[in-house]
Design a protein around this ligand. Structure first.
Ligand code: PMP
Length: 304
C-alpha cells in the first residue's frame, strides 16, 4: 500500500511521525473519507463527489487555522497518482489526512501541515442488513465548543464514546442528541426519517457534520419528487417514524430497524430507504446518468 505524502508517493512503512508532533500531542488534524466505485464494464474508477469532499477539507483546515494547505487541484492530482500507483481496480475508500506536524510546538502551532492520501479496498458495509440503535447518553458536540460541521479528528472522541457505549449495551450503533435534546446524527453518519410522504433530516445547525451523502440523498430524493424537509427532530419522532436510515460515505444508506428496541415501522428495510439506496449506488457506479456531475473518473492507465 502506498501513500501520497506532500507530493511524493511512498510505501506505507516509510511514513512516520515524531511523537512530539502537534498532531499527536493535541489531536491537531483533519481528514476526509471518500469512496471510489469501480465500474467493471468500463474498467474505470469513479470518485464520488471529489470536489465537495476537498472543499470540506479546506473548510476544516480554515476553521482550525491550519497554514500551508495544498490547493484542492493539487490534492485531486495527488489522489489520482496514489490510486494509479496502487493499481486500484476495485471499490475503495480513500482517506485524505492533514496533520499539523510541528515537532515540539505548543497548541497554537498552525503548520506546516503534512498531507497523506491513501486508498484501501472497501465493499458494501451492509448488503441489505439493518441496524438496531440506541439514543446515546452522550450529547453531540456543539458549535460553541468544538465545530461539529467539519472533520476534525478530535471530534471523533465524541463519536467513539457513543459507539462504545451502544455496543456495551448490546446495540449495533448509536444516535446522538444535541445539547438541547434534538436528534443530531450517528457516530459516523447523518440521519433521515420518513413520516408519511415526507423525508426529514436535521438541519445543519443541529450539530451535524455537513455530510456529502446527506446532500446527495436530499438532491436525489427531490429529483424523485419526494418532499424533503431540513428541521429539528424530536427524540420521540424516531420511535414513531415510518422509516429511519443512516447515510454516510462508508456506510452509504443503512436502514435502522429499531431505536431503543422500539421497532421502526414494521421493523423491515423500508421502501423509501431501499429506493434511495438503489438510486444512490447506481449513480455512484455510473450505472445511471450522472446528471448532477458528481463523478470524477480515473483512467488507470493515464499518467503512468
Ligand atoms: N457524521 C459524521 C460524524 C461522520 O463521520 C460522517 C462520515 N464522514 C458523516 C456524518 C457522513 O458524512 P459523509 O456523507 O460526508 O461521509
Amino acid at each position: 500500500m502506498k501513500f501520497w505524502v506532500n507530493n511524493e508517493i511512498v510505501e506505507s512503512d516509510e511514513v512516520s511521525f515524531h511523537p512530539l508532533s502537534t498532531a499527536l500531542k493535541y489531536g491537531a488534524g483533519v481528514f476526509e473519507g471518500l469512496r471510489g466505485y469501480w465500474n467493471a464494464d468500463q474498467e474505470r474508477l469513479h470518485i464520488f463527489r471529489l470536489h465537495e469532499h476537498l472543499q470540506r477539507l479546506q473548510d476544516s483546515a480554515k476553521i482550525l487555522r491550519f497554514s500551508g494547505m495544498p490547493s484542492s487541484a493539487e490534492l485531486a492530482a495527488g489522489m489520482e497518482d496514489v490510486l494509479r500507483a496502487d493499481n486500484i481496480a476495485t471499490d475503495v475508500h480513500i482517506r485524505v489526512q492533514v496533520f499539523v506536524d510541528e515537532v515540539g510546538g505548543f497548541i497554537d502551532a498552525q503548520g506546516p501541515v503534512r498531507v497523506l492520501i491513501s486508498a484501501v479496498p472497501m465493499g458494501r458495509h451492509n448488503e441489505g442488513a439493518g441496524k438496531h440503535i440506541t439514543v446515546s447518553s452522550w450529547r453531540r458536540i456543539t458549535d460553541s465548543t468544538m465545530p461539529p460541521r467539519i472533520k476534525s479528528i478530535a471530534n471523533y472522541e465524541n463519536s467513539r464514546l457513543a459507539l462504545l457505549e451502544a455496543q456495551r449495551h448490546g446495540y449495533d450503533d448509536a444516535v446522538l442528541l444535541t445539547a438541547d435534546g434534538h436528534v443530531s446524527e450517528g457516530p459516523g453518519y447523518n440521519v433521515f426519517i420518513r413520516r408519511g410522504g415526507q423525508l426529514i433530516t436535521p438541519s445543519v445547525t443541529n450539530g451535524i457534520l455537513e455530510g456529502v451523502t446527506r446532500d446527495s440523498i436530499i438532491a436525489l430524493a427531490r429529483s424523485l419528487d419526494i418532499d424533503v424537509v431540513e428541521r429539528s427532530i424530536d427524540r420521540t419522532e424516531l420511535y414513531v417514524a415510518d422509516e429511519v436510515f443512516f447515510v454516510g460515505t462508508a456506510g452509504e444508506v443503512t436502514p435502522i430497524l429499531s431505536v431503543d428496541r422500539i421497532e421502526v415501522g414494521d421493523g423491515q428495510f423500508g421502501e423509501m430507504t431501499q429506493r434511495l439506496r438503489d438510486v444512490y449506488l447506481e449513480v455512484a457506479r455510473n450505472e445511471r446518468e450522472d446528471s448532477f456531475g458528481w463523478l470524477t473518473t480515473v483512467n488507470p492507465e493515464e499518467g503512468k
